[in-house]
Unconditional design. Structure first.
Length: 363
């Protein structure tokens, strides 16, 4: 059993610096949870409290039914993979992987079996006699993973493990980590500021900012139904576009209005005249030929950015810059005025004062 519970947990440092505030979080047994947020949001501190590397100032941290606030790290049955890999440079790959088992006085035959099993799973069996200096970044990361795997921990912790790798290698390593979770059937808690890692790896994502949880949910929940403007803007590349305007009455319903831009809001029921922020994701537009009856957005092309299979346009819409994604084949020129259809059912609406979502289905 490797469920983890934070109950009103606060981490405070000297000088009244609060890194994590009133954290309530339930991590289920065998779940893959990603703590996502910008630098300084409290995600690594949360991970370190699970590992026992940071003390809980207030509240309770539980593993299953047991309170572990005072339990030392070596008794918590957790293994951790660090951003820096933390390999011993003078030891071979085999010795690095086996080190923790030797410290626990595991039988040599069992050490050999576990090391070889982990090395085969990670495709590094042919590297067991090399030193870390003879390995690539990806190979060193596999060694760090192998060292944690052989411990056969109840909880597997990872702190920005892919941040030192190049972009192509990060993508392949994500797939390997996902496969590793499936094979090990162990609780994984993973810290990152990279939204792509969170979206591809997590069973659930915990978005954090300023030491507080902003939203918890699946990748689809977080992306499609953000609870506030911070969550909406943190996920998505390019990020969501925001246009501030007002709610106006329209044919028994409501519409968003900013200058000449008018967008019906079929799911909004708010008082006319209310100030709001409309959120439009770059992908939620289409040529009028595909959406002839959709609400329209017109703008002047300021920039054309080809990105592989897609093309992004920077539009000037009612004195604001708006980025949209169009097909690679779309031919647009800077200075051109274009009109696109909006997927009105996928738009977002926020309160400009609190940043909170005004859609009823926000998670």
């Amino acid at each position: 059993m490797a469920s983890i519970s934070f109950r009103a947990v606060t981490k405070r440092y000297a000088g009244d610096v609060v890194a994590v505030r009133d954290l309530d979080l339930e991590i289920r047994d065998k779940e893959f949870v990603v703590l996502l947020g910008p630098s300084g949001c409290g995600k690594s501190t949360t991970l370190n409290m699970i590992a026992g590397l940071e003390e809980v100032t207030e509240g309770e941290l539980r593993f299953g039914d047991a309170v572990v606030n005072e339990l030392p790290p070596h008794k918590r049955d957790v293994a951790m993979v660090f951003q820096s890999y933390a390999l011993y440079p003078h030891k071979s790959v085999y010795e690095n992987i086996a080190f923790g088992l030797r410290m626990r006085k595991v039988d040599k035959a069992e050490i050999d079996r576990r090391v070889l099993e982990a090395a085969n799973k990670l495709a590094i069996a042919h590297l067991l006699q090399r030193r870390p200096s003879q390995l690539s970044g990806g190979q060193r990361q596999r060694v760090a993973l192998g060292r944690a795997m052989v411990r056969q921990p109840a909880v597997f912790l990872m702190d920005e493990p892919l941040s030192n790798l190049d972009a192509a290698l990060r993508i392949s390593m994500r797939a390997e980590i996902k496969q590793l979770h499936t094979a090990m059937q162990t609780t994984f808690v993973y810290v990152t500021h990279d939204q792509a890692e969170a979206l591809t790896l997590a069973d659930r994502i915990v978005v954090m900012n300023d030491g507080l949880i902003q939203q918890i949910g699946s990748a689809d929940d977080i992306y499609e139904r953000p609870r506030n403007m911070f969550v909406a803007s943190f996920l998505g590349n390019p990020p969501i576009n925001y246009l501030q305007g007002t709610i106006e009455a329209r044919d028994g319903g409501n519409e968003f209005r900013r200058g000449a831009l008018r967008v019906p809001l079929p799911w909004a029921a708010h008082a006319a005249g209310r100030e709001v922020v409309l959120g439009i994701r770059p992908e939620d537009v289409a040529p009028l030929s595909e959406r002839p009856d959709a609400p329209r957005i017109t703008g002047t092309v300021e920039t054309v950015l080809p990105v592989g299979s897609d093309r992004f346009l920077g539009l000037r819409v009612e004195q604001r810059s708006v980025f949209v994604r169009v097909a690679k084949q779309a031919q647009h020129r800077e200075g051109e005025s274009i009109t696109l259809g909006l997927a009105s059912e996928r738009l977002h609406l926020f309160d400009p004062q609190t940043g909170s979502s005004l859609r009823g289905d926000a998670s």
